[in-house]
Design a protein around this ligand. Structure first.
Ligand code: SF4
Length: 253
């Protein structure tokens, strides 16, 4: 029997999914914390080459992505999702690569919608304008958009695909208009690359109802040349913003 594979991520500490599946009990990690969020990567491909994630030197024309017949079909994903929901999962997040480069993702959403759990999608926003209404109609609840800079030149350099920032901003507006809000906006902050845009980003989205999140540049393995010098700690982000505006704690969401 050939077993199909998909980059499939499960969150909540270090969950012992296999053990839970075999025992048939609710999913929990080794500390007994319930596992409620499931991330499903629908593709390992992306139309961007963000330097901190899929650097072009590694993910070049010769890079071997998963062959199409090794990726789970939408029906298989839905079946797997149903099993996880039966084990206590309450929220499913679709990710990639870039999930919207996979054809007909709204059809997958339609298959997942009857499960009655929260459905969200993380995207680079490049294909959101043309998909937002279809995704909403299919049953998606919210989107998270990665946006590293409002400065077009910086944004194009960081996505290394010469993709203009205006199109992503259009995508965020389309998502909000389609009812996929509040949109979460993630900015990966890299010192000397885009950290000079922290205040501009805060200013652009404050008061819009969207949720702005500043993410520390993380080591994602051995491919992105991570160095501590490139990290802007979150405490520094908070300090810089609080020098401009008064900050107040908000509840977890
Ligand atoms: S858009 Fe997302 S998945 Fe694609 S290269 Fe950038 S960080 Fe990675």
């Amino acid at each position: 029997m050939v077993m199909k594979v998909i980059p499939l991520k499960v969150r909540s500490g270090t969950g012992n999914v296999a053990a839970a599946l075999f025992s048939g009990g609710p999913l929990a990690d080794t500390r007994g914390r319930p596992l409620r969020d499931l991330r499903i990567s629908v593709t390992d491909r992306c139309n961007f080459r963000c330097t901190y994630c899929m650097p072009r030197e590694v993910f070049d024309a010769g890079y071997k992505f998963l062959p199409h017949d090794a990726i789970l079909s939408f029906e298989e994903i839905a079946r797997l999702a149903r099993v996880f929901v039966g084990l206590g999962v309450e929220k499913i997040r679709l990710t990639g690569g870039e999930p919207l480069v996979r054809r007909d993702v709204p059809r997958l959403i339609e298959l997942l919608a009857p499960l009655g759990v929260e459905l969200t999608l993380t995207t680079n926003g490049s294909l959101l304008s043309k998909n937002a209404v279809l995704l909403k109609k299919a049953g998606l609840h919210r989107v998270t958009v990665s946006l590293d800079s409002l400065d077009d030149a910086t944004f194009r350099a960081m996505n290394d695909a010469d993709f203009p920032v205006a199109k992503v901003i259009e995508g965020i507006a389309a998502a909000a208009a389609a009812g996929l809000g509040p949109v979460k906006i993630n900015m990966v902050v890299k010192r000397g690359v885009n950290d000079d845009g922290i205040l501009a980003m805060a200013e652009r989205w404050r008061g819009t109802g969207h949720i702005m999140r500043f993410i520390e540049f993380m080591d994602v393995g051995s491919t992105n040349g991570w160095r501590m010098d490139d990290v802007v700690p979150s405490a520094e982000v908070v300090r810089r913003i609080s020098e401009r505006w008064k900050l107040e704690p908000v509840g977890a969401n």
